[in-house]
Design a protein around this ligand. Structure first.
Ligand code: UPG
Ligand code: MN
Length: 586
């Protein structure tokens, strides 16, 4: 007999995912009304009762002011009560997402059967900012992995934004372009995974003497050579003249060029339309573009948000794909089929037109044994983000996110205005020089002056967590977003490994998120009537994060302090229970 599933499934599609022409391109499973959900609700009620009892106890037992000792106890009592009120309210904010957990399943085979070759082109943005913190070899591994998606290469366009304006990063990209001519056919031929060469060679040693092992050894040799050339150039602090003569792009780096002050650089390293840039099998390659937007100390650069907005414009000139993937340079695509999977969410006939973006969780492959800095994010990835996704309000987390270009560029959602995802073929006629010249202007500092960029268009400026606030504005324009957490990790990144890195990152996030809460973007005000109350509360799990640190601080210091002074802060009943337990144990 067939076993019933643990969830009561309310499916938006036929659950078979079969290959018939009809049916939806993805299904969504919600846990509602099932045994699990009822148990969850009961559990919540018990916690709520406990919180209310604690509050009650604090209010009805406030110590008398009295003399010195009494006054201290009264203050400590009030501080603990304050912390408990904060914890309690925060707990309330956290609950709706726990009840709206959904899981999506795309049917990529159906997509391929239905659309065949008629799939849209994709622009992939990789951002880097500092060649010392983010070594060029790491950056090109991400670029190569993105170039090797198992998607028609003429429909892939990879853009590297280099805010460090580094000649070494440009050199590394030229080297990567050359290596990709062997790497992409190798990946295609043997269907290897992952397609970040560094990650791949770390686990594939090429043992044996069959054709695969031989080719693997050969390609590994090419990769190692490339890596040592890049590292040698960085170590010498100069790109050799014979190398820089090889590509016109190097002429951009003159004596006046500095990281903080330089004109825009846009170089089409591989022109995917051409017949000159082909791989070793003679097949077309993805387009590859290097961009260092103009930097001028007199103009604000708006950090990553500024870089991504420049990329949105530059790419609109060169490829103008309807779908954009955002990647940090230290997060490589791990699953070659991801593009087909996310297209199911965008191209589903019934619900695809309302999807603005598809966000994947962030996974890391350098987590230490005991995960000292709590980077594995299990509760966030499995419960909270999935719960927000359940409200159609998945958070935009900056990397590992596929956007619809139109919604990222400020378009307001309209039911009657279904946007078709089409490759833009009007660009085909322009020459590389024409494209570069036109795109360069779009990466200049002054281009945004007097425009809506950074406000209604593109990523929002003025916030340390530009991704979160941008996602919220998109949802408040009527769009839905999907959180997709497949079993096979779609992206794998590098987490902070030292205390100082981790503290700096968390401080930046906390400040940025609390800033959103205190600004006009506060979800309860800005999102009122636009996103569901559960989603508004879900956002506040993160926006109110920093406040919890105050409550935590109270809770870790005051009880210890009281213990040392022999002052009791908790109900006597607990003490007698503890004594009973101790007696039992004996
Ligand atoms: O002026 C800048 C600063 C940063 N970056 C790039 O932005 C990305 C993220 O910056 P990082 O310093 O690594 O921040 P993290 O805290 O690791 O990033 C997380 O948090 C950010 C803020 O919420 C998001 O933008 C990121 O996508 C998300 O991974 C990196 O690729 C950088 O190269 C730029 O392009 N220009
Ligand atoms: Mn990072």
């Amino acid at each position: 007999m067939k076993k019933t599933t643990e969830h009561d499934v309310r499916s938006h599609s036929s659950a078979d995912g079969g290959a018939d022409g009809g049916g939806k391109l993805f299904e969504t499973r919600e846990a509602r009304g099932s045994g699990v959900a009822v148990a969850k609700q009961l559990f919540m009620l018990t916690v709520l009762a406990a919180i209310l009892l604690i509050w009650c106890h604090r209010v009805t037992n406030i110590p008398a002011a009295g003399g010195g000792e009494g006054r201290v106890r009264r203050w400590l009592w009030m501080a603990l009560f304050g912390a408990e009120v904060l914890f309690g309210l925060y707990w309330v904010v956290c609950q709706p997402v726990r009840l709206s957990h959904v899981r999506h399943r795309p049917f990529k085979n159906k997509l391929l059967q239905r659309y065949g070759d008629d799939l849209p082109s994709i622009d992939i943005f990789v951002c880097t900012a500092d060649p010392e913190i983010e070594p060029p070899v790491l950056v090109v591994n991400t670029v190569l992995s993105a170039m090797s998606y198992s998607y028609p290469p003429d429909k892939l366009n990879v853009y590297l934004s280099d805010d460090g304006g580094s000649e070494f990063t440009f050199y590394a990209l030229i080297e990567a372009a050359r290596f990709s001519k062997s790497w992409i056919p190798f990946c295609r031929k043997f269907n290897v995974e992952p397609r970040s060469p560094e990650a791949f060679f770390a686990v594939n040693l090429g043992l044996g003497d069959d054709q695969y092992a031989q080719q693997l050894l050969h390609i590994k040799e090419l990769f190692d050579d490339m890596k040592s050339r890049i590292e040698a150039v960085i170590e010498n602090g100069k790109v050799p003249d014979e190398v820089s003569a090889f590509h016109k792009g190097f002429s951009e780096w003159n004596s006046e060029f500095s990281k903080q002050n330089h004109p825009s650089v846009v170089q089409i390293v591989i022109d995917g339309r051409g017949i000159d840039d082909v791989d070793t099998d003679g097949c077309r390659l993805p387009t590859l573009v290097y961009m260092a937007r103009e930097k001028n100390p007199e103009w604000p650069h708006h950090f990553k948000a500024g870089a991504v907005n420049a990329l949105i414009r530059v790419s609109s000139e060169i490829s103008n794909s309807p779908i954009i993937l955002n990647l940090d340079c230290d997060m490589y695509p791990n699953n070659p089929d991801t593009v087909q999977e996310i297209l199911c969410f965008f191209m589903d006939e019934e619900r695809g037109y309302e999807t603005a973006y598809v966000q994947f969780p962030q996974h890391y492959d350098n987590i230490t044994k005991n995960d000292h800095y709590a980077n594995s994010n299990d509760v966030i990835n499995e419960i909270e983000l999935a719960g927000l996704g359940g409200y159609g309000a998945a958070l935009f987390c900056g990397t590992g996110c596929f956007h619809r270009r139109e919604s990222l560029c400020g378009r307001i959602f309209s039911k009657d205005d279904k946007i078709e995802l089409k490759t833009d073929n009007t660009i085909r006629e322009k020459s590389v020089n024409e494209l570069e010249k036109a795109a360069k202007v779009l990466a200049d500092c002054c281009y945004e002056k007097g425009t809506s960029w950074g406000k209604e268009v593109g990523l929002v400026y003025g916030c340390a967590v530009e991704d979160i606030v941008t996602g919220l504005t998109i949802q408040c324009r009527g769009w839905k977003s999907v959180y997709y957490n497949p079993k096979k990790k779609a992206f794998i990144g590098v987490a902070p490994t030292t205390l100082s890195q981790s503290l700096i990152q968390h401080r930046r996030w906390s400040e940025g998120m609390f800033q959103i809460f205190c600004s006009r973007y506060c979800p309860f005000i800005y999102g009122r009537g636009k996103i569901k109350l559960g989603a508004q509360m879900g956002y506040c799990i993160y926006l109110l994060w920093p406040l919890c640190s105050l409550a935590t601080l109270c809770y870790v210091t005051i009880p210890s302090f009281c213990l040392l002074r022999g002052t009791s802060m908790f109900p006597q009943v607990l003490q007698s229970v503890m004594l009973m337990i101790r007696a039992d144990l004996r």
